[in-house]
Design a protein around this ligand. Structure first.
Ligand code: RIB
Length: 304
């Protein structure tokens, strides 16, 4: 079978995850119930999800010349991800994310970018051939904005489907929007970027128009327990979430995007890609961690 090719430019973090009954309030000390380390980072998570489904995935990233960096390279290889464009720097530590997960499955995350912030636009130029050979090019905002923008410019110039997850949200230059075939924020990122309240599907639909006016091809807003909303000039589609008991929502959005990218690269229609992405992310929240919770193609039982 021909494997869909996906190229991801983004972060690789070691996730330091503490489980708690509830979040502490400022100034309070509480006892946690467990501590684990997991491989994470939005870019790497999306790459691993696409690879677990069977995609041929190339990752453009940077890790430190340290223990976490060495372990991370092994982790990428264990999923068959192509690491030719992953650099190692002695000047920065591998990125980390300090994550707290409540009993409800809800999380809060602080990322220290480290080596991720040493990814340069010139390194995206060096990867032009591999970006152009992909069926989908995926990026986020845990590496420098100018590097992400260069990646999108290269992909767009090569007619590769571009999928941009503007997370964590930050103000964006107007030029970046027309580079996005699929612009994919969650509710809070949408609120931050538009200044609009986004608590309902109707509010998300209204906010999506702002992004369309700025020139993106289509908007996909992930809405947590409300599923996902797709809005383009000619089509609006709300895919409800599946009802499952969440254990840990960390990386659920990344599982959604990695799956969406896999099916777009595979030539599926948008509706199939969206429904399958909602399904994979619903499976992912039922286990701890990000990549460790992602299902394989067979485990997803797509179409059932
Ligand atoms: O989206 C989840 C990810 O955000 C975590 O794996 C963490 O590393 C942060 O990047």
């Amino acid at each position: 079978m021909k494997q869909p090719k996906i190229c991801v430019a983004g972060s690789a973090n070691m996730d330091l995850v503490t489980s708690v009954k509830r979040m502490p309030i400022p100034g309070e000390t509480i006892l946690g119930t467990a501590f684990h380390t997991f491989f994470g980072g939005k870019g790497a998570n999306q790459a691993v999800m696409a690879a677990k489904l069977g995609g041929e995935v190339t990752m453009l990233a940077k890790v430190g010349k340290d223990v976490f960096g060495k372990q991370y390279l092994e982790n990428f290889k264990s999923y068959g991800i192509i690491t030719d464009h992953i650099g190692q720097t002695a000047e920065h530590a591998t990125g980390i994310a300090a994550i707290t997960v409540e009993e409800s499955g809800q999380n809060s995350i602080i990322v220290v970018g480290g080596a991720n912030m040493a990814n340069t636009p010139a390194e995206m130029d060096d990867a032009k051939a591999v970006i152009h050979s992909a069926g989908a090019a995926v990026c986020q905002l845990e590496i420098p904005l100018e590097t992400t923008q260069r990646f999108l410019e290269i992909a767009k110039a090569g007619n590769v489907a571009t999928i941009f997850n503007p997370a964590p949200a930050q103000p964006l230059p107007d030029e970046i929007y027309p580079l996005c075939d699929y612009f994919c924020p969650n509710e809070s990122e949408t609120a931050l970027l538009t200044g609009m309240q986004v608590k309902t599907v109707a509010e998300a639909e209204k906010a999506a128009q702002t992004f369309l006016e700025k020139g993106v091809g289509a908007v996909i807003i992930t809405l947590g327990s409300d599923g996902a909303l797709y809005v383009s000039k000619n089509k609006t589609l709300h895919v409800p979430a599946l009802k499952v008991k969440a254990v840990d929502t960390t990386g659920a959005g990344d599982s959604f995007l990695g799956t969406f990218a896999y099916f777009i690269a595979d030539g599926s229609d948008v509706e199939t890609a969206l429904r399958n992405a909602v399904k994979a992310s619903a499976i992912s929240v039922q286990k701890a961690g990000a990549q460790t919770s992602y299902p394989t193609y067979e485990e997803c039982n797509f179409g059932s």
